[in-house]
Structure formats: C-alpha cells, structure tokens
Design a binder for this molecule. Structure first.
Ligand code: 5GP
Length: 236
C-alpha cells in the first residue's frame, strides 16, 4: 500500500517530484509552466498542469493496458500521479513519422515529408551542451546505458509508436513525432517514464493539418490551452 505522506525531492521545468513513504514510488506533480528553447521561454498558464496530467494519465493507462512496461500507477488528484521510482537515463528518445523540426533543419529536408520507416534518434540531456544528438555508441561510451538496454528501449519505442499512431488516428489526429524517456526500476527493469502529452508530441489534426501541440507556443507564444483542451476532449 502506498501512502500520501510526501516529501519534496526535486523540481524540473514543468514538474515537481515528491517521495512517498514507499521507497519504490514517487508522486509527480504537474506544474502550470510551459517552456521552450531549453527554458529560455517560460510561462505559467492556468490549468496547464491539470490538463497535461489528465492527458498523460489517459495515454499511460492505454499503454499499460497494452502491456507496455511503464512507471505509471495511477492518478492521485487533478495535478498529481503516483508512479514507480526509477533511475532516469539522461537521454531523450525521439521517434519520427513525418519530417519536421530539428530533423528538417539538420538535414535540409522539407518539412512534411512522410517517413515510411520510423526514424529513431537519441539526444543526450545536458543543458551545458544544449542536448546534443548522439548515437548508440556515444551513449554506451558515455557509460549511460548498455547496448542491451538500448535494444530493449528501441523495441519499446517502436511498439509505443505503432500503438500511439493508431490511438491518435482513431481521434483524427496524426502523430508526427514524439519524445519519450526511460528509467530503470529497482529490479533493473526498464520502464517508459516521464510524460506523453502535447508538450512532448507533435500532433496534427487529420483533416485540417492544424497543429494541436506545443509548436504553437514555440512559434508565437499563443495561449495553447484551447488546443490542449481539444486534445483532451478527443482522447478522453
Ligand atoms: P525536434 O527534435 O524536432 O525539436 O522534436 C522532436 C519531437 O520531440 C517533438 O515532438 C518535440 O515536442 C519533442 N521534443 C524534443 N525535445 C524535447 C524537449 O526537450 N522537451 C519536450 N517536452 N519535447 C521535446
């Protein structure tokens, strides 16, 4: 049994983490902040934490029901969820179905081109280095992760992409690309962790191709709450 006796552990740009009196579980608190450009752009928006917690909860519940190994246990209240405590790899795993964003800039390829075989990328989470793109060999050389673990993560990411592409398509949303993160649970089992929301995915309306994600904020800082609410309404 887990209890709600919580103690502050750490704070990131958009979340706070608390320990519980069960050493294997943590509470993730979704803040109202939205950030871009590695935190250079940072704004607080009313109810944003509540909506992202709700969206992430729905998606992780769906993935749990598909037997994807995740950290998610349950939503506790509108802005908090109970999760397994993992040791996070300082890596971001990106899966791309359509060329956009940094891939388009890096390779000089037009945005919007469909990628038939999903592309997987790894970014090293390091603010001082501005989160560089790395490959498997760099990650192993940096002593962050093993080849075996990378292989497990690759398989989970591929499965998550297949599942979420269809999940969103059923709501008339195209999953363009997304970022996921992983951690290691006490028994060394690798669990999909962090959040999956319009903050971490590119989502386009299937009919109009209208953006339903954080790109709206990245590009012009507009209020994104109507758009995030729209995503929640469609998947809820
Ligand atoms: P890109 O590399 O094109 O900027 O981003 C690819 C995908 O990963 C997009 O869906 C984007 O939202 C997500 N992504 C990449 N880096 C980050 C990050 O640092 N934070 C968040 N929340 N999402 C990211």
């Amino acid at each position: 049994m887990s209890s709600n006796k919580k103690k502050f552990l750490l704070e990131g740009k958009t979340k706070k983490i608390y320990t519980t009196d069960n050493k294997n579980e943590i509470i993730i608190h979704y803040k109202n902040n939205i950030t871009a450009l590695n935190g250079l752009k940072n704004k607080s928006i009313q109810d944003k934490g509540m909506i992202n917690n709700a969206i992430t909860t729905l998606i992780f519940k769906f993935l749990n029901s598909c037997k994807v190994p995740t950290h998610f246990i349950r939503k506790i209240n509108p802005i908090e969820q109970l999760c397994y405590k993992v040791n996070m790899f300082p890596l971001e795993f990106i899966v791309r179905n359509i060329v956009y964003g940094s891939m388009s800039k890096r390779l000089g390829i037009k945005e919007g081109i469909i990628i038939n075989h999903p592309i997987f990328e790894i970014f090293y989470k390091n603010d001082a280095l501005n989160d560089p793109l790395i490959n498997n060999h760099h990650a192993v050389f940096l002593d962050i992760i093993s080849y075996k673990e990378l292989n497990i993560i690759h398989n989970i990411s591929s499965n998550v992409n297949t599942l979420l592409k269809e999940y969103f398509l059923n709501k008339n949303i195209i999953l363009v690309d997304f970022k996921i993160e992983f951690g290691k649970y006490k028994n060394n089992k690798i669990l999909l962790s962090d959040e999956i929301s319009p903050d971490t995915c590119r989502l386009w309306d299937k009919k109009t191709m209208k953006k339903l994600d954080k790109d709206i904020f990245r590009k012009n800082g507009d209020d994104i709450m109507d758009i995030y609410m729209e995503v929640l309404k469609r998947i809820g």
